[in-house]
Design a protein around this ligand. Structure first.
Ligand code: BMA
Length: 798
């Protein structure tokens, strides 16, 4: 049987005359941090202090011994970041230039001093740029000339930390006769029958060539075997009536072990095991009276996609543990999210990411790794792109959560709209990848899964790539230039990106900016804000609704977080209520890769912004909204559950002191998986006048509509009582109960003000006079009413 030795120990990193202990998998930055030789790049402006690390060459060393009774010994690197030369006792084993591939070297019978020398990524990229010619990039970095996580070079939410190292495991594989080199399971469901077509590729030693071996595959109690004399074989498993895998909220996530074994007579040679699931997926791109749709259909059910965009969870991706993946993705699931888009400026994530998605029922949209620049199609890049695509398609295809492959992020759009077309003057720029190479690779290796050429993409050059009426759309004009009400001006077919910034939690800021006198424009705040005019956009976003608080950081912080949540709510409420014309929203962005002001819902230290709680409401199966529209205020009801909803809604026209001027009961029938928009009956309800607003309630759901911006609304000074109640049997956990005496709008308890690790289960709540809310707070060992009171914010009169 194949024998595997992990090579995680015994590595050293050469630094001057010293050899530092090195962690593998890991990276140079992490090792230098561990040795206390660089400051933490996440703190203050240390990013600048450590910039030199990315501009130096680095060598890792280890003693390699390969004694084994087997015929062959391979040295396997699952990931090298990025331009590396591997030598054994001074002899070159190979050179690499792609972070997104694995590498295997035959080291049979050899041993000695193993060295992995990393050239600075920029040096490698610049050499390629010189050879293939310059091309446009949104950022002033050469990220498109090297197959490395693009955001390593900095992004509009990320620091520039140019990593190097063995970022994924290294091991020795000892084997004889043959090994399993590749397994591609294509899973289909037709009617009630499941089918797994397993394509197998073997590698054989010279002695093993032509020898008849037995390959067996089994799944869900079905088993089959075949004799293989060459290096390829196909095994077919028919599974009658498999239980289907569903996205969360639609059904369960049954997973089955698919096992492939290779034996020589009675001797086992190799085994392979993954979990698969039975489901079908397609993207319906039918043309209709509104343009060209983009609707995910899973097991025949058409879905409004409730998505978020995912970026690498750490700018040093080798630090992301399986536990951290699971925690972050559970945070997504807790917010009723059902799809995570792995964005093209990052990485093909670790197995643990997709395993967690399989289990949690989170669909995955996987970008191929191209973002925001023109990519040369010449060698050496072309060969790398193909090899990387082939490897990662094969690696990820067993996962039922993976529902769509996407060619790139914003490059088709950039070509048409951002001045690239004339600048390129006929040079290659990546189109041949997105419209040629990548769809061919997917069709050949993973034919059961849909492919889309880009995000955004209208389906062909007949329409502008970001045309909202056709295919996928990125909505950035609103954040960049307008009030969030602008989201209501269009009904794109599928919004694959839109977002609004807010700073992270206060405790995150305090950790990242120790000793700083925090102000929106204080040095650390500005350093941890990477977006072009980010603070200007934040401030203008607030000022359209509230008086911008001068000299009151806490209030600024609260208001920016409120506006972020309201902005995303405006988009999702509007677009979801236009189902099925609009078939999905993917919020930019779920997570962060360091502590920063960004569009994220979960900050760089893993703390939830109010947006996270808001997403839970916005993405619930049932959603109630009130929206200003041309025809007056519209009541929107979304029912994504499988059962019809007879909604007995009460709509009130009321004032801040609780006086009700009109109350209208409305019954709305919403079919299963449907949405209804209905104008409010002005004759019965009247129109909200000075000091009035509208409140709609149904089945515990509430929507409010204020006809004027907050700064024009005559809010009373908010009055409310706060009490803290113990929770039986739960140490460190209490309920903070807030009772309103007046209208209290967008009440928020910021738990990290109570204790850095405290959590709250509730975000923004609007209370009418006399109403109360119960906020469960965990991780707070010394509860007290005064502290709770001090952690509560709400909208105040101007
Ligand atoms: C889109 C994304 C990212 C970017 C985000 C915010 O362009 O694809 O490149 O971080 O918007 O600007």
């Amino acid at each position: 049987m194949k024998d595997v030795t992990e090579l995680s120990d015994g590595w050293g990193l050469c630094h001057g005359d010293e050899v530092l202990p090195a962690r593998v998998p890991g990276c140079v930055h992490a090792d230098l941090l561990g040795a206390g030789l660089i400051p933490d790049p996440f703190i203050g402006a240390n990013e600048h202090e450590v910039a030199w690390v990315g501009d130096r060459a680095w060598t890792y060393t280890a003693r390699l011994t390969t004694e084994s009774a087997h015929e062959r010994t391979d040295l396997v690197f699952d990931g090298l970041d990025t331009a590396a030369e591997i030598t054994l006792d001074g002899e070159v084993l190979g050179r690499t230039r792609n972070m997104h591939r694995s590498y295997r070297f035959d080291v049979t019978g050899r041993g000695g001093e193993l060295q992995v020398l990393f050239t600075p990524a920029r040096e490698e990229a610049e050499a390629v740029r010189k050879a293939v010619g310059d091309r446009p990039n949104v950022y002033p970095e050469p990220s498109q000339y090297i197959r490395k996580m693009a955001c390593s070079f900095g992004w509009d939410w990320g620091p520039t930390v140019v990593t190097a190292g063995m970022w994924r495991p290294v091991r020795l594989e000892h084997w004889s006769t043959a090994r399993i080199a590749q397994v591609r399971p294509a899973v289909t469901v037709v009617g009630t029958r499941g089918r797994v077509e397993v394509r197998l590729v073997l590698e054989r030693t010279a002695a093993g060539a032509g020898r008849p071996l037995t390959a067996r595959a089994s799944v869900a109690g079905v088993d089959t075997g075949i004799t293989v004399e060459g290096t390829e074989a196909t095994l077919v498993l028919d599974v009658p009536e498999p239980e289907l895998w569903w996205p969360r909220g639609q059904g369960g996530q049954p997973l089955h072990d698919l096992t492939v074994t290779l034996t020589d007579g009675d001797s086992p040679l190799d085994a392979w095991r993954r979990r698969i699931g039975f489901r079908t997926v397609e993207v319906d791109r039918t043309a209709d009276e509104h343009g060209t749709g983009f609707t995910l259909v899973v097991n025949g059910v058409r879905l409004f996609t409730r998505g978020v965009n995912w970026i690498p969870d750490d700018v040093l991706p080798s630090r992301i543990t399986p536990e951290r993946y699971r925690h972050r993705l559970s945070q997504a699931a807790d917010a009723n999210i059902d799809l995570v888009r792995v964005w093209g400026g990052g990485i093909y994530e670790d197995e643990a990411f997709y395993d967690a998605c399989d289990e949690l029922g989170l669909m995955v949209w996987q970008d191929f790794l191209f973002a925001c620049s023109a990519y040369p199609e010449e060698q050496p890049l072309r060969g790398e792109v193909e090899a990387e695509a082939r490897e990662n398609v094969v690696r990820l295809m067993p996962h039922p959560s993976l529902v769509v492959w996407n060619g790139n992020n914003e490059n088709l759009w950039g070509f048409r709209d951002w001045g690239w077309e004339p600048e390129l003057a006929g040079d290659s720029w990546g189109e041949g990848y997105y419209l040629g190479l990548l769809p061919r690779v997917v069709a050949e290796l993973d034919p059961t899964r849909p492919y889309t050429a880009g995000s955004p993409w209208s389906g062909s050059w007949d329409h502008h790539p970001n045309d909202p009426a056709h295919g996928t759309h990125h909505s950035w004009e609103v954040w960049n230039r307008r009030d969030f009400a602008g989201y209501r001006d269009s009904v794109p077919r599928f919004v694959a990106e839109f977002g609004w910034q807010a700073p992270p939690a206060l405790a995150t800021l305090r950790r990242a900016l120790p000793g700083e006198d925090l102000a929106p424009g204080s040095p650390g705040m500005l350093h941890h804000q990477k977006a072009e005019d980010g603070n200007g956009k934040l401030n203008r976003g607030v000022a359209r609704h509230f008086a911008l608080p001068e000299g009151d950081f806490d209030r600024w912080h609260y208001l920016t977080q409120v506006v972020q949540a309201r902005a995303i709510a405006a988009g999702i409420e509007h677009w979801r209520s236009h189902w099925p014309r609009c078939a999905g929203t993917i919020v930019w962005q779920l997570n962060d890769c360091w502590p920063v002001s960004s569009w994220s819902a979960v900050d760089g230290d893993g703390r939830l912004k109010p947006l996270h709680h808001e997403l839970r409401r916005l993405y619930a199966d049932r959603l109630l909204t009130l929206q200003p529209a041309a025809e007056g205020v519209v009541l929107g009801l979304v029912n994504q559950s499988a059962t019809p909803w007879r909604a007995e809604v009460t709509v009130r026209r009321t004032t801040a002191d609780g006086a009700v001027s009109a109350r209208v009961p409305l019954t709305v029938e919403v079919a299963a998986r449907d949405a209804v928009r209905t104008p409010l009956p002005v004759d019965a309800l009247g129109v909200a006048g000075e000091g009035e607003f509208l409140v709609a309630d149904v089945d515990g759901l509430r929507a409010v509509h204020f006809p004027v911006p907050d700064r024009e609304f005559p809010y009373p000074p908010p009055r409310f009582d706060v009490r803290v109640e113990p929770v039986a049997g739960a140490a460190d956990t209490v309920d903070v109960v807030v009772t309103a005496q007046t209208l209290v709008r967008d009440l928020l308890l910021q738990p990290d003000r109570l204790a850095p690790d405290a959590t709250a289960d509730t975000g923004l709540v609007t209370l009418l006079p006399g109403e109360e809310t119960r906020i469960r707070v965990g991780g707070w060992s010394e509860p007290g009413t005064a502290a709770a009171r001090a952690a509560v914010f709400c909208v105040e009169p101007t």
